[in-house]
Design a protein. Sequence first.
Length: 593
Amino acid sequence: MGLCSPYFLLPFSFPWEISRRDSSRPFSDFDVSFDVSFDGNFDVIIVGAGAAGLYAALCLPATWRVALITKDDLTRSASDWAQGGIAAVVAPDDSPPLHIEDTLRAGVGLCDPDAVSFLVHQAQGCVESLVALGVGFDRRGSDLALTREAAHSRSRVLHAADTTGRAVVTTLMDQVQQRPNITVLAQSLVLDLWLVGEGADRRCRGVQVLRQQRVGWLSAGAVVLATGGGGQVFAQTTNPTLSTGDGVAIGYRAGAVLRDLEFFQFHPTALMHPEASCFLISEAVRGEGAQVLDAQGDRFLFRYHPDGELAPRDVVSRAIFQHLQSLGTPQGHVFLDLRSIDPDRVRYRFPNIIQVCQQWGIDLFQEPIPVAPAAHYWMGGVATDLQGQTSVVGLYAVGETASTGVHGANRLASNSLLECLVFGQQLKHLQLPAALPPLPPPLPVQSLSMDQWDPDRTWMQDIRQALPQTMWQSAGICRDAVTLEAAIVQVEGWRSDFAQLRLSQALGAIVPGQDVDLINAPDNGTLRQWVELGSLLEIGALILKSAAFRQESRGGHYRLDYPETQVSWRVHTLVQGDRWFCSDPLASPEAEA
């Protein structure tokens, strides 16, 4: 019997049973119980339960045993926060070549034309699939309603009010819960990949998981990283608290090739309120006609770009940043004015934004919304081909964790949810090997005492606050060599200190295949804090070094000391281990378009 058979039992087990959700219950009532053991072997393990992970799980063969692991629960993901919509060519005045051209132009010469073409041509089929599953997109009569967002030449963005991500993810979650072959492991932290073999025979064989003070190992024929982005590495971000770059950090430690990590998109319009988090005010608001004003009521964006509010995101974010600098208020904000839009249209399209603004005492029908840029989307990630395969055999990546080549140096608005679907469905072509390398021999469960934790916890809390501030100041909207190099020294020092923590030393010594119970361990929230801080320190160093490596300005990467875009830098930045290098030169934008 092959190791990838669902009936092959590993010599260890987790005391976890996943309760299936009653379809009549709301997802806020989703629960997980852990009373009955199951064997730890799967055909495919998916790490992350946003749109990419959920859709990938649904596209895998129904006969395969699939584990869907999330460190939170199925109601929380960055996809759930996506407001704008999904870009797709469905209107008669639109065409795939126009969508391709818009995407390539936004990517500033670093898009993979084949990947972009594939994305665009697969879009309509994915939209039809979502409609068939029950996603309630807005309509005008019998037709799907479309809006235009920045840098799009046509109205091609489908939406469900201003909570499109929630509509998509909720539908996908419901479908996942109806699939008996999919086991959901919530509140579970993947620490690292289980790698076996050496050299050309080296491959991913599963994952190491931390759950309820137990560290264990799950085996699979393939592992898919779908953990989303890493916006929490910056002090100002529209990302939820779970977006700590775990998948990219895990891939990096496994030796996977990473690509274009310096390119981080800063959304120009996040709500700025002294008591509120950086809630995203959707690009669709400007697409519907909202105006960006400064404190004097000046519609200043047209001085920076002829498209004004509808210029690419990096242009608008940098224009706001530079305008505030010129006014002597670099920590200030500008205003987003919706009063030029018909009020009934605003109520129909943006009910969630209205509600959040009201929560903070802002009546957007009577006054503009204070906004400023915030870290939003990571164009870089674990490099993959069109099937999601990384450079590590048996390891795949999808969604924001992956670098598929479709975004280049700057993502076109509403191509992100589309990417999750298009490349998530590619996993239906995944083929498991007939035979897998043998696993280590059975080992007895060990216990590990974790006394004297408090000093480590205090240090972690301090660094968790300091790191995002350092990253925002050194690798935010505008960068330069002096601040980047100083930040690299600082973050590398923190990484070294993190590696010396008692928990880091103890968990790092666990033998692959060895289950370990943590005795007198800190609570699960603190264990998660340790995992996430490790990821943030890892990706912080990677972003800083990649930003220092690319000596030009392009898309989401702007260097004050290298303000021009250089033809010689029409290459991808590649990272593997301690090596930073460039891809072969890419075709010119003119050739791509």
